[in-house]
Ligand binder design. Sequence first.
Ligand code: PGA
Length: 250
Amino acid sequence: MPRKKVLAANWKMYKNPSQTRDFFRDFLPLISGNDRDEIVVCPPYVDLPTAIETAKGSNVAIGAQNLHWEKEGAFTGEISAAMLLDVGCTHVIIGHSERRQHFGESDDVGNVKLKAALEAGLTPIVCVGEVLEEREAGLTEDVLRRQCTRAFYSISARKAGKLIVAYEPVWAIGTGKTATPQLASQAHLVVRGEAAKAFGKEFADNLRILYGGSVKPENAKSLMAEEEIDGALVGGASLDPKSFAAIVKY
Ligand code: PGA
């Protein structure tokens, strides 16, 4: 059976609750009845209740952009998986390159966050991807292998059930430079190979691997045509309802 694609929006630190409401007012009619793929929108924490309330009854799931790995505790400024679930989130992004770059998040932190998300029943979207220097040095495969091995460490196939991975080459994020569909496919094969090692071939065959990095309405179709590409994680182009709807309808 072909894997169902996932079109996910990562709003990063953009939009307040009223802008979130406006977005859904315009976006939902544009994609109503579009049930070919799964659609997920990940706004900032403070927008989650508004997004969840506004998208209720639609085919759009709501996710967070981060979580803390503990259930609760003295962790000022942090949000737990249980809190996200309680508010109505179903998905959560883990290990985005901006978290790695600006907040020092390691592969190992990604692993504990992944375990917390899975245990709580959230669908994690784990991000991996090389920086430009690594690609130029021919290290892309090594980097992807390391990131996957560490992220998947000591998680069983049964526990990993809902896992989604996003391959996001860092040099393509917010730069307007997109990986070619072929180059993305090659990276996805490496990720799928690591998933097979960690969770077995059947799991890996069913794993959705999204591409992220300057996905736009103009390039979505050719990326989504690749057998290896099971959807997209979209930053900049997901902020505008028309542009994200065009990507959803690639
Ligand atoms: P971009 O961001 O689409 O703006 O390149 C993608 C991401 O960071 O998830």
